[in-house]
Ligand binder design. Structure first.
Ligand SMILES: *Cc1c(COP(=O)(O)O)cnc(C)c1O
Length: 458
């Protein structure tokens, strides 16, 4: 018999999870004004709100925490991280930052001015936020295939070269400070970008003399998809693929809370010495001195170790395999999800499940609440609440898709937990017709309303 798959780690420390009754959850979610962000973590059994900073560190990482050098300048932990970034990514310069959006803030302070345009593939919300805050415009050049949830395409994060070229042609070079490739593309469902696409985007941008940067939060997961899906890369190691990916870009911003498997941290890496000198000034201003950048020495040390572990094939196989496992369980129960399953999350198609509810009653949020009530599982709405109101008309913006995102923290839950989540959703799917009413807003903030919105049952 062929031996079954098993995780390449065992568990040394456990964190007990509290069970609750449906009656308790009904009270808690009501007290939380039907907003899952308002729940206390003890009121949640399985927390799939995000995979950001929620992973489990290894005992090697915890050892690095103890070895952390807390010197203000020239910390040994900084040099450990520098060695890994040089060796793994081939980037000669870097500054640490306290998380990914801080790296964006530092980089964009040096590069972006009012009136600029920044092409890319479905820029992440903080990336877009930092671009728009500077009165510049993010232009989404993702391939059209990405918006069809049923289409099975191996690289739905790819940039459409025609869309990109028309942006590059229709603006002067001075107005395009950089192009951003998000690997994997979070906003389009954790979908990867192919090496071929990275190479072609890089060549095109070089022709127009526009620098290319990675939004690199999930670069290792992207490398894994290249290895298993792209012709010619089957025999390459993840680290060789990573090095090739970075060889096509001028720099990267990184949220280490994702693929570096730490609870906090980030960095900005680049090739150009002049740019490094410019970003250094903003790093000191916003984050801290260049050898700690808003982090403790121990955080830098754990990040260096996490980057090594996060680029091991066996780890990635287990991590992405678990996400695919949940996707496959849901498919088995007939629960409609985005295809193919992304690297870090499963996206459940709430519009298809609750199609009998009017969109004005927030289908994806209704499904998220039902999932919490059913089994104490917390996911997050990627739908109308998140899409917010039109800034001019103040009308709700109804996106094409109403999704419930189940993001899987790294090395944190077992496949039994995945089975549990899948059965919860299957039960809801079976009784979907009995869900006859959604929710309405009673209070909301003028922007980023989803974090603090208050709802009531219709
Ligand atoms: C999480 C994330 C960011 C922002 O990073 P933070 O560490 O949360 O500040 C930027 N881009 C992508 C693609 C992300 O997933």
């Amino acid at each position: 018999m062929e031996l079954p798959y098993a995780e390449p780690y065992k568990i040394k420390v456990v964190e007990p999870l509290g069970r609750s009754t449906r009656q308790e959850r009904e009270q808690w979610i009501k007290d939380a004004k039907y907003n899952l962000f308002n729940l206390r973590s003890e009121q949640v059994f399985i927390d799939l709100l995000t995979d950001s900073g929620t992973g489990a560190m290894s005992h090697h990482q915890w050892s690095e925490i103890m070895l952390g050098d807390e010197s203000y300048a020239g910390s040994a932990s900084y040099f450990k991280l520098k060695d890994v970034i040089t060796d793994l990514l081939g980037m000669p310069h870097f500054v640490p930052t306290h998380q990914g959006r801080a790296a964006e803030n530092v980089l964009f302070s040096a590069m972006i001015s009012e009136g600029d345009v920044v092409p890319g593939n479905s820029h992440f919300d903080t990336t877009k936020g930092h671009i728009e805050f500077r009165r510049a415009t993010a232009i989404d050049c993702t391939i059209d295939e990405a918006s069809d949830t049923t289409l099975d395409h191996p690289f739905k994060g790819n940039i459409d070269l025609n869309k990109l070229e028309s942006v590059l042609k229709s603006h002067s070079r001075q107005k395009i400070p950089l192009c951003i490739i998000t690997v994997t593309c979070n906003t389009s469902g954790g979908q990867p970008v192919s090496m071929e696409n990275i190479r072609e985007v890089s060549a095109m941008c070089r022709k127009y003399e526009v620098p290319v940067f990675f939004d690199a939060a999930r670069f290792a997961e992207n490398a894994y998809f290249i290895k298993i899906r792209e012709k010619g890369y089957e025999e390459h190691s993840i680290r060789d693929i990573v090095r090739e990916m970075y060889s096509y870009v001028d720099g990267a911003t990184m949220s280490s809370k994702k693929d570096a498997i730490v609870n906090i941290g980030g960095f900005l890496a680049c090739r150009d010495k002049k740019l490094f000198e410019k970003v250094s000034m903003f790093c000191i201003l916003y984050e801290g001195y260049l050898t700690y950048g808003g982090l403790a020495g121990r955080d830098l040390a754990a990040m260096a170790q996490g980057l090594k572990e996060g680029t091991e094939f066996s780890y990635l196989e287990s991590r992405i395999g678990q996400v695919a496992y949940l996707g496959a369980q849901l498919k088995k129960y007939g629960v409609p999800c985005q295809e193919p399953t992304g690297g870090h999350a499963v996206f459940v198609d709430a519009k298809k499940i609750l199609k009998h509810l009017p969109k004005e009653q927030y289908q994806a949020q209704t499904l998220a609440i039902e999932l919490y009530l059913e089994g104490g599982v917390r996911g997050v709405e990627i739908g109308t609440l998140l899409a917010d109101r039109d800034p001019k008309t103040r009308e709700n913006r109804y996106p094409q898709l109403e999704l419930l995102r189940l993001a899987i923290p790294r090395r944190t839950y077992t496949n039994n937990h995945m089975d549990y989540v899948a059965v919860c959703l299957s039960n809801i799917y079976q009784r979907r017709e009995q869900i006859t009413a959604g929710y309405r807003i009673v209070r909301e903030a003028p922007i980023m309303r989803h974090f603090t919105v208050e709802l009531e049952k219709v």
